[in-house]
Design a protein around this ligand. Structure first.
Ligand code: NAI
Length: 326
């Protein structure tokens, strides 16, 4: 029997929590031979609901679930963890300005970044899902100076999966056969789903679709506004697909992508004109538990404009939280 891996999930009593915990305990995150211990963090007010979720986890009798550590204290929940999936965040309340929302979340991710810094394993891998995901991940990273910056990532995978799925449908090909889709920038409607390098069996997907007007005028905004379309249709936000994307992100990071591109929000190294440390969605490949940015891709005028647009939004967010970090 392998040593259990400790996986922390915050916002564990929420919608996405309910969609992700059972899959992690079932082995979907780290493989069917890898036991896990779930560390579940939520607010004091949510502990009763969290206890109900834990009862259900027990009732599943998952062979791979080697333990559950519930807490309302990040210092307890993050002790000795290998993986952190940070979902819990402050939603926008009535009359709340964007700046207030950024500040409220900055406080949460400052505390959680420090707790990770002080209590998590030095090899911890952190995925931030809670919105504004990129800026929250940036704050957590800046609040954890003893951990490598590369430990912190933000979730662009839902955008990536949406981008791939819509291309597959348009081109009449299998999702699994599509390679080299990239989603750049912020997890927000400004992100740029780039199909310039996408291919199926070595053939350019852009050439196969042969409809640049559809790509620019329909597809890009459909990917960007997909979250809003789901809220409109379902009356609730996209929890199952967000949970699935979080699993895809962490599984690929830990187990590798076999050379396939996926999109992750990672701290910039200054490439592609993105200032250092900005948590920016880029194409990566993963191998041996490490992600590697796909480097040296050409950037045409259209892409340059789109990348700058989403970068500007992230720079504004960074500016809005700067005073809280100093
Ligand atoms: P939810 O409201 O159902 O659950 C959030 C949970 O987080 C609640 O149980 C709440 O008590 C908890 N929470 C709040 N503050 C906390 C804190 N400081 N520490 C620990 N737990 C805390 O929301 P849902 O649907 O699960 O979504 C969670 C977040 O994920 C939201 O910010 C949402 O916008 C974001 N999201 C991000 C996506 C992405 O692609 N990056 C996709 C979909 C959602």
């Amino acid at each position: 029997m392998k040593t259990p891996v400790r996986v922390a999930v915050t916002g564990a009593a929420g919608q996405i929590g309910y969609a992700i915990l059972f899959r992690i305990a079932n082995g979907d995150l780290l493989g069917k031979d890898q036991p896990v211990i779930l560390h579940l963090l939520d607010l004091p007010v949510a502990q009763k609901a969290l206890n109900g979720v834990i009862m259900e986890l027990k009732d599943c009798a998952f062979p791979l679930l080697a333990g559950v550590v519930p807490s309302d204290d990040p210092n307890v929940a993050f002790k000795d963890i290998d993986i952190a999936i940070l979902i819990g965040s402050r939603p926008r309340g009535p009359g709340m300005e964007r700046r207030d929302l950024l500040a409220a979340n900055a406080e949460i991710f400052k505390v959680q970044g420090k707790a990770l810094n002080d209590f998590a394993k030095r090899t911890v891998k952190v995925l931030v899902v809670g919105n504004p995901a990129n800026t929250n991940a940036y704050i957590a990273m800046k609040s954890a100076p003893d951990l490598p910056k590369s430990a912190f990532t933000a979730m662009l995978r839902l955008d990536h999966n949406r981008a791939v799925s819509m291309l597959a449908e348009k081109a009449g090909v299998e999702v699994a056969d599509i390679e080299k889709v990239a989603v750049w920038g912020n997890h927000s409607p400004t992100m740029y789903a780039d199909y310039r390098f996408a291919a199926v069996g070595g053939e350019s997907l852009a050439a196969k679709i042969n409809d640049e007007t559809w790509y620019r005028e329909t597809y890009l905004s459909a990917v960007g506004k997909r979250g809003a379309a789901i809220i409109e249709a379902r009356g609730l936000s996209s929890a199952a697909s967000a949970a699935n994307a979080a699993i895809d992100h962490v599984r690929d990071w830990v187990l590798g992508t076999n050379g396939k591109w996926v999109s992750m929000g990672i701290p910039s190294d200054g490439s592609y004109g993105v200032p250092e440390d900005v948590m920016f969605g880029v194409p990566v490949v993963c191998e041996g538990g490490v992600y590697k940015r796909v480097e040296g891709l050409p950037v045409d005028e259209f892409s340059k404009g789109r990348i700058q647009h989403t970068l500007n939004e992230l720079l504004e967010e960074r500016e809005a939280v700067a005073s809280l970090l100093s």
